[in-house]
Ligand binder design. Structure first.
Ligand SMILES: NC(=O)c1ccc[n+]([C@@H]2O[C@H](COP(=O)([O-])OP(=O)(O)OC[C@H]3O[C@@H](n4cnc5c(N)ncnc54)[C@H](OP(=O)(O)O)[C@@H]3O)[C@@H](O)[C@H]2O)c1
Length: 493
């Protein structure tokens, strides 16, 4: 996978929140992998920003410890490590105050012709103030870009406010809103699957497809991020961004090119075609749940409230299912069942396209029934694509039907390390390619669809339905799909 690597332009990358969890766990390891592939020009610098008092050496030690914690030891060789640590700087700065900006300006001065990336890995409430300070300090140079981490707001109004504040300093084409799902190899593979094969397109509509299931299941709980999560919940944390982006990639019309606006225009059309779920429909088309004590990964785990440890019962959902419908010719009558949750039985992100049943069976009843074909795109783990086909059970016992997968496992097919999404996305920011980033109108259209659901949940004061950790959510989630005569993919296996 390292055969096509082209060095990017010289850059200065400034990470606001350079000592935080995201920087230590994802951004710095991703950059180190790009170092290992010699993709970073020698002069490029990485500047961590935080309120901590850290000189260059101390910041390098912190970053080295993070790399050693999060990467396999055999991936860290001394030569690349030294080169990487040599790029690091740290500036102590409270983004809400006035001190420290002069040091940052001095560090970056003289390098105005470089690509300059400001990565905002801080709370979203700080995005606007940071951009205003960058403008005051004159740091928004000609080739400057800003990267915004999720969440961009917690509703439409706050998303608009953040977009306005950032947009007052940076032009839209210099704003990179990360949805790291879009950087996953398998998500991009969805584009290849749909648009580099002629097999699927004639079938990719309501006449051949019965319904679509998109599941993002986690086995973990809130893992020390309870403060953030309890204010967000599953709908805001997963559906508004990642799952709706996946839905867009499945449902969009073929863009004319892979050029960023061509793809994003098509995704936007899907978001705008989503039928609103509001008022009484919310009770029929949505379920929210919250985990109680149970067992995942073979271990007994506490319930959500105990894990939060605030002492007060929380009303936040850790699980949700939605029945989404797209009002256009291609998808009329094809529900998209969206499901996500924490403390579920297995970690899985997958898209299941369920085709229609055969129109007529020629087989005797004892042959068993022909199950509808399914195309399963596994985003993680065991990335791959599986097509479930009906075959004859081998043997002389007569005609017996059986479902078997045509299974393409990427790990087996390629035997290469799968790069983390952040590796690709960070290089795309430096290259100035926004295809895999969300445009302002997309983010706002996604919030506009989600908001009435949030409002109805709040109005109804309905507490989330309990489910035991290690199960697939409350029974209402199963009832929601079974009412339509369908089953969740794992139950159909
Ligand atoms: N962690 C993840 O996996 C993840 C995933 C997706 C999105 N995100 C988003 O990414 C952002 C960062 O998350 P995180 O988990 O890395 O948070 P975190 O661990 O709390 O780190 C926050 C970082 O920001 C710095 N910081 C906070 N206030 C500051 C201020 N006033 N001035 C300067 N620096 C300040 C902190 O350093 P000091 O306190 O020393 O100043 C620290 O480096 C959040 O918006 C989060 O929702 C995180």
């Amino acid at each position: 996978m390292s055969s096509h690597i082209i060095q990017v332009d010289v850059f200065d990358l400034v990470v606001f929140g350079g000592t935080g969890d995201l920087a230590r766990r994802k951004l710095l390891p991703a950059l180190f992998y790009r170092e290992r592939d010699d993709q970073l020009p020698p002069e490029s610098r990485i500047v961590g920003i935080s309120r901590a008092t850290l000189n260059r050496k101390a910041y390098a030690a912190l970053v080295e410890a993070a790399l050693r914690e999060h990467l396999p030891a055999e991936h860290i060789d001394q030569a690349h490590l030294e080169r990487f640590l040599g790029r690091l700087h740290h500036v102590r700065l409270d983004v809400t105050g006035d001190r420290g900006w002069q040091e940052l300006t001095a560090l970056l001065s003289g390098a105005e012709d470089r690509v300059r990336v400001f990565y905002l890995a801080t709370a979203p409430g700080l995005f606007g103030p940071i951009c205003a300070k960058l403008a005051d300090a004159g740091l928004n140079s000609r080739r400057a870009r800003v990267v915004l981490e999720k969440p961009i707001g917690r509703d439409l109004a706050s998303a608009r406010r953040i977009n306005d504040e950032v947009g007052a300093v940076f032009a839209e084409d210099a704003i990179f809103r990360i949805d790291h799902y879009l950087g996953k190899e398998t998500v991009q593979n969805l584009m290849a699957l749909r648009f580099a094969n002629s097999l699927f397109e004639p079938l990719w509509n309501h006449s051949a497809i019965d319904h679509v299931q998109i599941t993002v299941a986690e086995t973990i709980g809130v893992e020390g991020r309870g403060d953030y999560y309890d204010r967000a919940g599953a709908l805001r944390d997963m559906v508004q961004n990642h799952i709706l982006q996946l839905l867009c990639l499945v449902a969009m019309e073929p863009p004319t090119t892979l050029e960023s606006d061509a793809v994003r225009d098509e995704k936007l059309k899907v978001l705008r075609a989503l039928q609103p779920i509001a008022g009484p429909a919310v009770a029929l088309k949505t379920v929210r749940g919250q985990y109680r004590a149970g067992a995942t990964n073979g271990a007994v785990v506490p319930g959500y409230d105990e894990e939060l440890g605030t002492g007060a019962p929380s009303e936040t959902e850790t699980f949700t299912v939605l029945k989404a419908e797209i009002g256009n010719w291609r998808w009329a009558g094809v529900p998209f069942y969206l499901r996500t949750g924490k403390r579920l039985p297995r970690r899985a992100s997958e898209i299941v396209i369920v085709f229609r049943s055969i129109p007529h069976s020629i087989f005797a009843p004892d042959a068993g029934s022909a199950r509808p074909n399914r195309l399963v795109v596994r985003l993680q783990p065991n990335e791959g694509v599986e097509l479930l086909l009906m075959i004859k059970d081998p043997g002389p016992g007569g005609m017996r039907l059986r479902a078997m997968p045509l299974n393409l496992s990427f790990a087996e097919a390629f035997r290469a390390r799968y790069p983390d999404a952040y590796e690709r996305l960070l290089m795309d920011v430096i290259r100035g390619n926004p295809t895999l980033f969300m445009r302002r109108d997309e983010v706002e259209a996604a919030w506009a669809w989600v908001e009435p659901i949030l409002a109805a949940w709040q109005e109804r004061h309905e507490t989330p339905k309990p489910y035991a950790a290690g199960t697939w959510g409350p029974s209402a989630a199963i009832a929601l799909i079974e009412r339509d005569g369908r089953t969740w993919h794992e139950d159909a296996a």
